[in-house]
Design a protein around this ligand. Structure first.
Ligand code: HEC
Ligand SMILES: [Cu+2]
Length: 344
C-alpha cells in the first residue's frame, strides 16, 4: 500500500511529461495529426469531425448534467422512509421523445457523413492532375510516375496545389503482397492497398513542406517501421526532382569497384538500378538512393554509417525486414557503400 501511494506522483509526473512532449511535438508537426489539415479532403474530414463532436458533446453534457442533478437531488437522506417509492409505468410522450430525437440525430450524422464521403470520392479529376501509382510491400512503399517514367520508394514527391493553380495528385493504390493502408493524416483519410485491386484517392496540399504518414494496416512484423514521407514541392522544385530522377544511375570513377561488387552479388535480383543490369523489383529502386533522407521506409536517417550497417545486417534497424544479411566482407561493404553514396 505504502509503496503504491509513493509511486503515484511519479507516474503522474511521467504521464504529464509524455503529454507535454506529445503536444510540443504535435505543434512542431513531428507527429502527424488529423487536427491540422492541409488539403481539401483533410479539411472536409476535420470539419465533419468537429460537427460530430459538437453534437455528441452536447448530448454528453445534457445526459451528464441530468445524471448529476438526479444523483444529487435524490441521494439517500436520514429522513427517508425505507419503503418502495411509487411505481410509474408507461409515458407515451417521454418514450416518443427519446425514440424520435435520437433517430433524428443519427439521420443527420449519417447524411452529413455520406455527403462528405461522396464529395471526396466523386471529385472530378482536372486535366492538370498528376498521376502516381503507389504499391505497398512488406515493409516499404513503391511509387511510380507513369507519365515521367520515374520509379522511387518511400518518399513521395508531389507538387503543391494552391487554390490559384490547383494541381492535385491522384493516386492509384495497390499491393504486391498483403493488405497495407496509406495514411497521411494531414492530407487525407486512410485508403487500403489490396493485392489484385486498385483503389484510388487524391490529395491537394495547399502549402509546401514535409508531411509524415504511416502504414495504417497491420501487415507483418515491421508494420510499425513502414513510415511514409510526402514532400510537397514548389513547381520548380518538383520539376527539378523529376528531371533528376529521370537520369540513369551515376557512374563515377572512384565507385567502379563498388559497382562491380553490387553487380556480382544477388543485390540485382531484388533491386533495380537504371544504368546497370539490375532490374529486380522485390526491393526499392536504388537509382537515386541519395535523393532520399531516410533508408528502409523511415527506419533510419540516410547516412553512410547507417547505410553500411544496413547492408551488413538489416536486422540492426528492422528485425524481420525481407532483405537478407548478404555476408559481405569489410572491403566489399566499404566499396558497395561508397558506390551507393554516389547515387545522387
Ligand atoms: C532478397 C532480396 C534482396 C536482396 C538480395 C538485397 N536486398 Fe536490399 N532490400 C530488399 C528489401 C525487401 C528492402 C526493403 C526493406 C524494408 O524497408 O523493409 C531492401 C532495402 C535496401 C536498401 C534501402 C533502400 C531504401 O530505399 O531505403 C538498400 C540500400 C539495399 N537494400 C541495398 C542492398 C544491397 C547493396 C544488396 C546486395 C549486397 C541488397 N540490398 C540485397 C531486398 C533485398
Ligand atoms: Cu504495411
Amino acid at each position: 500500500m505504502q509503496t503504491k501511494r509513493h509511486r503515484r506522483p511519479i507516474r503522474f509526473a511521467s504521464a504529464a511529461a509524455c503529454l507535454s512532449l506529445a503536444t510540443s511535438s504535435l505543434a512542431q508537426g513531428k507527429i502527424p495529426s488529423t487536427l491540422s489539415p492541409a488539403s481539401t479532403s483533410a479539411h472536409q474530414i476535420f470539419d465533419l469531425s468537429i460537427f460530430v463532436i459538437t453534437i455528441t458533446g452536447g448530448i454528453f453534457l445534457v445526459v451528464g448534467s441530468l445524471l448529476a442533478i438526479t444523483l444529487f437531488r435524490f441521494r439517500e437522506r436520514k429522513s427517508d422512509l425505507m419503503t418502495e417509492p411509487a411505481q410509474i409505468y408507461g409515458s407515451n410522450q417521454i418514450e416518443l421523445a427519446w425514440t424520435v430525437i435520437p433517430v433524428l440525430i443519427v439521420v443527420v450524422l449519417f447524411l452529413t457523413t455520406a455527403r462528405i464521403i461522396f464529395a471526396i470520392q466523386d471529385a472530378p479529376k482536372p486535366a492538370a492532375a498528376l498521376d502516381v501509382t503507389a504499391i505497398g510491400h512488406q515493409f516499404w512503399w513503391e511509387f511510380r510516375y507513369p507519365k515521367y517514367g520515374v520509379v522511387t520508394a518511400n518518399e513521395l514527391h508531389i507538387p503543391v496545389s494552391p487554390d490559384s493553380a490547383p494541381k492535385p495528385t491522384f493516386l492509384k493504390l495497390t499491393s504486391g503482397d498483403v493488405v497495407h493502408s496509406f495514411w497521411i493524416p494531414q492530407l487525407a483519410g486512410k485508403t487500403d492497398l489490396i493485392p489484385n485491386q486498385v483503389n484510388t484517392m487524391w490529395i491537394d496540399p495547399k502549402t509546401a513542406g514535409l508531411y509524415l504518414g504511416q502504414c495504417a494496416q497491420f501487415c507483418g512484423s515491421q508494420h510499425a517501421m513502414m513510415l511514409l514521407r510526402v514532400y510537397v514541392d514548389s513547381p520548380e522544385q518538383f520539376d527539378a526532382w523529376i528531371k533528376n530522377q529521370q537520369q540513369p544511375g551515376r557512374i563515377e570513377a572512384q565507385a567502379i569497384a563498388g559497382r562491380k561488387v553490387f553487380e556480382k552479388l544477388a543485390c540485382m535480383n531484388c533491386h533495380a538500378l537504371s544504368g546497370t543490369t539490375a532490374t529486380g523489383r522485390f526491393g526499392p529502386d536504388l537509382t537515386h538512393l541519395m535523393s532520399r533522407a531516410t533508408l528502409a521506409s523511415g527506419a533510419m536517417d540516410n547516412t553512410p554509417e547507417n547505410l553500411r550497417q544496413w547492408i551488413k545486417s538489416p536486422d540492426t534497424f528492422k528485425r524481420g525486414a525481407l532483405m537478407p544479411a548478404m555476408q559481405l566482407n569489410d572491403e566489399q561493404l566499404d566499396q558497395v557503400t561508397a558506390y551507393l553514396e554516389t547515387l545522387k
